[in-house]
Design a protein around this ligand. Structure first.
Ligand code: NBP
Length: 488
């Protein structure tokens, strides 16, 4: 039995538990919207007091314990958890389920792994309480001014949450639509947020490779390359990540006067969502090779001992610049665009596979729409994805949609030149290269997979299928090489 009094009618229509960077900003965002009264709770009360003092205008209803927090909420009580993902989330869920009642709604807005969300949903829903795993992207700025929101959970909880989320979400610049949709049931929201982050890894690594190639190929300075990115940001590549890349490259270190990018240690960190995307893709059998290479590129960068030992390994001559810098930069731009199309194509493949595996009805066009603002991968390009799925909801691969197929056709020669140059000059371009290999693999009429099937049948009698007749076959390789049909 819950510890609260069921007759309690609190003042607040929404609550936030966890008032660190994300939670406090989200609470302020909620409080700034007409009609919302926001209840707040944080394990360490000092943080609650700090928020109350700094933002009296928000009219927060604060509590020092969970019983008080539950009592401050109108029924059905709705609370968004914004605490450290993992044990912190479970601890808060345990507390809330003690004080909440059937029909109430617990939202987890943290970066939970979608499989954990599925398990939590099962556990919480046994008590008649709705549990809504919700991906929230955009960092602290997004939380405060409008994030992209990816909620899962039940249809019933969406009735309550929809208007609240719509009021705080980012709005797309093109049509003012809020960047939120009910993604699907249980873990669907966190799954799609995970894919968002996987694509983000790819996008960032591709931009890194483009910068590296231009710098090493043309000798341009970071500030000059910033201008190139700023220029790219006026075309098809327009996106938040391209925009901030220009700003990062332009930044000068106050202490040394050097470009800041040259002072930053070249070891990329990761919080794990990229790895989850790849692990899930491996389980689903979806080749998200660009995303995987992006995750591995960060891992490689963070192996200083191996990198130091390998510095003596042979490579091409150090001295090199391209003959025609402008032509090379244009090629890199085209290669970036084509590789980015592959990153999204692979990411959406994983969404389709995940939806099939977990029984979610995910509208791919809607997902592209809600990523148009508020989130890290926001880009002009996303409208093209929405259009592609609107034209053909059963599209088997995004890259085959007419617009993208044409875009890659227009870019592919440049793409090949860039990948060849990178290989010839010893410049690592793992996502450019793997994306091109994926593209060529996908469009190949015949793949050496036939040989692999032969090898598998040779050493393990794994059987194979034939191109000219149905059935499953095994060859007696070492004797008279007779084919045997083992099944229809
Ligand atoms: P943190 O992830 O740094 O977590 C700090 C909060 O968790 C504090 O409020 C802390 O309370 C609370 N907490 C912990 Br730790 N253990 C707890 C427990 N056992 N019981 C109750 N509360 C507990 O906060 P954040 O950076 O604001 O992120 C919140 C969530 O949003 C995370 O899941 C994060 O992955 C996700 N997210 C973050 C970003 C971002 O840009 N930072 C973006 C998108 C999503 P205390 O004050 O008492 O220690």
């Amino acid at each position: 039995m819950s510890e609260n009094a069921s007759s309690t009618q609190g003042q607040a229509n929404i609550g936030v538990v966890g008032l660190a960077v994300m939670g406090s900003n989200l609470a302020r965002n909620l409080a700034s919207r007409a009609g919302n009264t926001v209840a707040i709770y944080n394990r360490t009360y000092a943080k609650t007091q700090e928020l109350l003092t700094e933002h009296p205008e928000a009219g927060f209803v604060a509590s020092e314990d969970y019983v008080g927090f539950a009592a401050s909420l109108r029924t059905p009580r709705t609370a968004i958890i914004m605490v450290q993902a993992g044990a912190g989330t479970d601890a808060v869920i345990d507390e809330l389920t003690r004080v909440f009642e059937p029909g109430d709604i617990i939202v987890d807005g943290g970066n939970a792994r979608f499989t954990d969300t599925i398990a939590r949903e099962g556990r919480v829903s046994e008590k008649g309480i709705h549990f809504v795993g919700t991906g929230i992207s955009g960092g602290e700025e997004g939380a405060l001014h409008g994030p992209s929101i990816m909620p899962g959970g039940s249809d019933e909880s969406w009735q309550t949450l929809g208007p609240i989320f719509r009021s705080i979400a980012a709005t797309a610049p093109e049509d003012g639509e809020p960047c939120v949709t009910h993604v699907g049931h249980d873990g669907a929201g966190h799954f799609v947020k995970m894919i968002h982050n996987g694509i983000e890894y790819s996008d960032m690594q591709l931009i890194g490779e483009a910068y590296d190639l231009i710098r090493r190929g043309t000798g341009r300075s970071p500030a000059e390359i910033a201008d190139i990115f700023a220029e790219w940001n006026t075309g098809e590549l327009e996106s938040y990540l391209i925009e901030i890349t220009a700003e990062v490259l332009r930044q000068v270190d106050a202490e040394t006067g050097q470009p800041l990018v040259d002072v930053i240690l070249d070891q990329a960190g990761a919080k794990g969502t990229g790895a989850w995307t790849v692990q899930s893709a491996l389980d689903l059998g979806i080749p998200v090779s660009g995303i995987a290479e992006a995750v591995f590129a960060r891992s490689l960068s963070s192996k200083p001992a191996q990198r130091a030992a390998a510095r003596q390994l042979a490579g091409p001559d150090e001295e090199w610049t391209v003959d025609d810098a402008d032509a090379f930069i244009a090629d890199v731009q085209a290669a970036l665009y084509a590789s980015k199309i592959i990153a999204y194509s692979q990411g959406f493949d994983e969404i389709v596979a995940g939806a099939a595996q977990y029984g979610w009805d995910i509208d791919k066009g809607e997902i592209a729409k809600i990523w148009r603002a508020g989130c890290i991968i926001r880009a002009r390009f996303l409208n093209r994805i929405t259009d592609a799925y609107a034209e053909d909801p059963a599209l088997v691969a995004l890259v085959t949609a007419p617009f993208f197929a044409q875009a890659v056709a227009d870019s592919q020669e440049a793409w090949r030149r860039v990948v060849s140059t990178a290989a010839a000059r010893g410049i690592p371009a793992p996502v450019f290269s793997s994306s091109l290999a994926y593209y060529d693999g996908l469009r190949a009429e015949r793949l050496p997979a036939a040989l692999i099937q032969g090898q598998r049948d040779f050493f393990g009698a794994h059987t194979y299928r034939r191109t000219d007749k149905p059935g499953v076959f095994h060859t007696l390789w070492s004797s008279d090489r007779t084919e045997v049909q083992t099944a229809d």
